[in-house]
Write a protein that binds this ligand. Structure first.
Ligand code: SF4
Length: 237
């Protein structure tokens, strides 16, 4: 029942938005985790600029690891929460260097999915969402990360009934149909940004109107409709 409902929603979203493109080569997990740390509490365009600042101004993550947190903070200012994010990045890079002699997540290859989540979330500043983005985008596993959009839309639609993104993640990923995680995740984010917005969702133009259980549907529409399809994590190469 759960699987059937997810497949139905996924198909309706594909009808509206298509199958989102993916890069041919999966992005490196270190790039992915840093990009995702930068994306916390800001929009994808600003976090992408902050990520590009680090990539373009320094030859390698090894060079970034030599910076102090306040030097990193200057480079990533545009993404906000600079203190917190620079500390998390500095700690991550230094720990990888210290424990493995190089800045790489190659050792994750030997671990099971749950072990990877456990390992990545043991780094300060890395939560379940960030860790699951590494699983989905870099390791190409069938895991659907849950951000604020995925949490809100899946609750409104009625796929889950939870009070936190981490709980939504747990339920959603227990029985996710094989091979759909990337398209489902990406299209739900677009739905949440463009149509099923926090206030005044534009239910009148929603592709899920007939299958959604939300009791407060807004059938009057919302004049703020804007296409918003730039996705940071699909832009990391
Ligand atoms: S019908 Fe409304 S509440 Fe339901 S998913 Fe669509 S926009 Fe969101």
């Amino acid at each position: 029942m759960f699987k059937r409902k997810i497949k139905q929603i996924n198909n309706l979203l594909i009808k509206k938005y298509g199958i989102p493109p993916r890069s041919k080569t999966p992005p490196d997990p270190v790039d992915m985790i840093i990009a995702t740390i930068l994306s916390q509490n800001t929009n994808d365009k600003n976090s992408y600029k902050a990520f590009q600042n680090l990539k373009e101004r320094f030859k390698s993550w090894g060079e970034v690891a030599k910076l102090t947190p306040s030097q990193i903070e200057k480079q990533i200012k545009i993404a906000g929460l600079g203190k917190q994010k620079s500390k998390a990045i500095k700690n991550l890079l230094s720990t990888l260097l210290k424990e493995n002699g190089r800045i790489s997540f190659k050792y994750l290859d030997k671990l099971k999915d749950e072990e990877i989540l456990y390992e990545l979330t043991s780094f300060p500043g890395v939560g379940l969402k960030t860790a699951s983005c590494v699983l989905l985008f870099s390791l190409r596993k069938n895991f659907c990360p849950v951000d604020t959009h995925v949490h809100r839309t899946t609750n409104r639609i009625g796929i889950v009934k939870t009070s936190s993104p981490n709980k939504t993640f747990e339920i959603l990923n227990k029985d996710l149909p094989e091979g759909i995680a990337h398209q489902f995740h990406t299209n739900l984010i677009r739905l949440g940004r463009e149509i099923c917005r926090p206030a005044k969702p534009a239910c009148n133009i929603c592709p899920l109107l007939k299958v959604c259980n939300y009791p407060h549907k807004n059938l009057l529409g919302n004049n703020n409709y804007k296409v918003n399809d730039f996705l940071l994590l699909d832009s990391i190469k």
